[in-house]
Design a protein around this ligand. Structure first.
Ligand SMILES: [Zn+2]
Length: 137
């Protein structure tokens, strides 16, 4: 699912990039036209100058927006971790989730008391600030 999202993001950004390049090219052409009219002392050069500046600003703005969007899309989702405990001595071990992990699965010997280790929890490690709970009194 994450791969599909990445592919669509890449496709989306490449289309945007083409649009930006086209707008950039058009605005540069307008600026060049404005320069030529300026040399000829044509009063219409103001229009071309305006179009060129707007186009340039627009393409720059879109470029920044797209970069921000891509960064938002490629944010890594927090890792899933597996907590393994030894019920005998409460020795706790946390490692990354592996395929086939499930809660209460036995995982070999405890390094401390040679008891049986088992998975006690599987969860996504969220590194967000804990929101303060409002207490109504
Ligand atoms: Zn133990």
């Amino acid at each position: 699912m994450r791969k599909a999202a990445e592919v669509s993001t890449r496709r989306f950004s490449s289309i945007i990039l083409i649009v930006i390049i086209v707008v950039l090219a058009l605005s540069l052409a307008a600026l060049y036209q404005a320069y030529e009219l300026f040399v000829l002392n044509d009063p219409n050069m103001g229009y071309y100058l305006l179009i060129g500046i707007i186009g340039l600003a627009l393409s720059t703005y879109m470029l920044f927006q797209t970069r921000r969007q891509i960064r938002k899309f490629t944010l890594k989702s927090p890792p899933i971790v597996t907590t393994i405990i030894c019920p005998e001595c409460n020795f706790k071990n946390i490692r990354n989730f592996e395929r086939g992990d499930y809660i209460l699965k036995e995982l070999g010997q405890c390094t401390k008391c040679k008891g049986k280790m088992m998975i006690s929890a599987i969860y996504r490690e969220v590194k967000e600030k804990v929101k303060e709970e409002k207490v109504f009194t």
